[in-house]
Design a protein around this ligand. Structure first.
Ligand code: AMP
Ligand code: ZN
Length: 501
């Protein structure tokens, strides 16, 4: 029997605000979309929390027997510096700053993103479409929306007409906003005269002649609107209506609200049945974001080089830290929490090692209550994940299981007191939940910490050598490290970072 029938999934649907039974349109197939990164800079730990949350959803649905088509896009054009659809294209801006082609920026940060996903054991989606690879589909969708009377063209840009749309349809349902309030709120903002209304948003944006990224369209050369990209790629691979759409809470408005309006405007149908939003990773209660200067980059974490970090942390300890809270709660970063996560992670992995070594002996007298206890724990793993992907509850169950494993290992509990089927089921569940569902793997954390500690020690010795004007020693340390593939990055006050090739 398919596990999804035995353990039906429920999802907190942010559209209805309720926890609902998950009923895919065409079981066992599931169509799922989540907004991918805008590849104009390195992803930070906050971004990774969201990608990890949907990685776990993908992993669990697959584990219980669904055939999931998981689309996570790469935004490589059209995302402006201001989410209200104003400002300049982030990739274009970065290309000018770094004096590179926009596609070189895209390539650089896409490779970086994939590398970080690999380090954090975030699986690749089944389709990873790029916005620039789907300009044709986007233009077709814009045409449809114009045809249906919900968009208008001005000076080579096309805007979605929110007022017109809301005469027939609801706008603001997902984010719980009403159109009058939105109109009042936006009037005070920088008024863009091109639009009929300040809350209208660009679905195609004409660009000036010096803009590097540009594509021909019926309205002249331009770039697609960021909201429209996700609508067009979601529709292309998952259909006009599909099962799950995810993203961080901060994308609910305007991004996802606009996605709904565009699909209804083009095809007359709500695109998504279950909207899921992951909550923010915070630092001292504030959302982690690049613009606030409180974000950590993955390599700052592994090297401990960020001023807010007291030491280096291994990727799997960080993944464990993220899984310890439910995706819909905020998660506050602290060194204490990461230290605790490191210990928790080690405890689970030690039990995993011990379990792999355990072999079931001949069954002696069966202990019914022990058998029931192990079966209950297996059940609870599934029940807690099926309950809106509650990784926090699941980890608590896995800790209970690890205590049983330790009892078997130490001989406090006789393994022969259960039948081999019960043991195999228990063993497989523990292994599968840790490795497949939660995506935790052996990290060699101790080796990495030792390595980082030794490099840091050499950096300190080099600093002292420089203070003592012993430049020969300072250069020798730098050159020897370089020969071993460790590149020191010097700032004006000494070494600020390093990279291991
Ligand atoms: P972006 O590359 O800015 O489009 O963001 C990629 C994803 O990261 C989006 O789904 C955002 O909602 C999410 N995100 C951004 N900041 C945070 C944060 N502090 N905590 C959790 N998710 C975040
Ligand atoms: Zn999106």
């Amino acid at each position: 029997m398919d596990l999804f029938k035995k353990y039906p999934v429920s999802i907190s649907n942010t559209l209805s605000g309720k926890k609902e039974k998950f009923e895919p349109l065409n079981p066992p197939f599931v169509g799922m979309y989540s907004c991918g990164p805008t590849v104009y800079s390195e992803v930070h730990l906050g971004n990774l929390r969201t990608f990890t949350a949907f990685d776990v959803v993908f992993r669990y649905l697959t584990h219980i027997g669904y055939k999931v088509r998981y689309v996570r896009n790469i935004t490589d054009a059209g995302h402006l510096t201001n989410d209200a659809g104003e400002g300049v294209d982030r990739i274009e801006e970065r290309a000018r700053l770094e004096q590179l082609e926009p596609m070189e920026i895209v390539q650089k940060y896409t490779i970086g993103f994939h590398e970080v996903c690999r380090i954090f054991n975030i699986l690749p989606p089944t389709i990873e479409p790029t916005a620039t690879g789907h300009i044709v589909e986007q233009i077709e969708m814009v045409k449809k929306i114009i045809e249906n009377g919900y968009a208008y063209e001005v000076n080579g840009s096309v805007y979605f007409d929110v007022n017109k749309f809301s005469e027939k349809h609801k706008y603001g349902e997902l984010s719980g906003r009403n159109i009058e309030e939105l109109m009042d709120g936006s009037r005070a903002l920088n008024r863009q005269d091109e639009k009929r209304n300040p809350i209208d948003f660009a679905i195609w944006k004409g660009v000036p002649p010096n803009h590097i990224q540009r594509w021909p369209s019926p309205w002249g050369e331009g770039i697609p609107g960021w909201h429209l990209e996700c609508s067009a790629m979601g529709t292309k691979y998952l259909g006009k209506q599909f099962d799950i759409h995810g993203g961080g809470m901060d994308l609910k408005f305007p991004h996802h609200e606009c996605e709904i309006a565009q699909s209804v405007g083009a095809y007359g149908i709500a695109p998504v049945r279950y909207w899921m939003h992951s909550n923010m990773l915070t630092v001292n209660g504030e959302k982690m974001s690049k613009s606030k200067g409180n974000s950590f980059l993955p390599h700052e974490l592994f090297t401990g080089s960020h001023p807010l970090l007291t030491k280096a942390y291994a990727p799997m300890a960080v993944r464990f830290f993220m899984l310890q809270s439910h995706y819909s709660s905020t998660l506050d970063f602290s060194n204490d929490a990461l230290n605790a996560a490191e210990k928790g992670y080690r405890k689970l992995m030690n039990a995993l090692d011990a379990l792999k070594e355990l072999n079931h002996p001949k069954t002696t007298a069966i202990n019914e209550s022990l058998k029931n206890d192990l079966d209950r724990l297996v059940d609870e793993c599934y029940l807690s994940m099926s309950d809106d992907f509650n990784t926090a509850k699941t980890l608590a169950v896995l800790f209970e299981m690890s205590a049983r494993i330790n009892d078997f290992k130490s001989g406090n509990q006789d393994l022969g007191a259960i039948d081999s089927n019960t043991f195999t089921h228990f063993k497989n569940t523990y292994i599968n939940f840790i490795q497949e569902v939660l995506g935790l793997r052996e990290d060699n954390a101790q080796d990495e910490q030792l390595l980082n500690g030794l490099i840091q020690m050499l950096i300190d010795i080099r600093k002292k050598a420089r203070t003592d004007k012993n430049f020969a020693l300072s250069d020798e340390i730098r050159d020897d490290l370089k020969a071993m593939g460790v590149q020191l990055k010097d700032g004006k006050d000494g070494t600020i970072d390093y990279e291991i090739e």
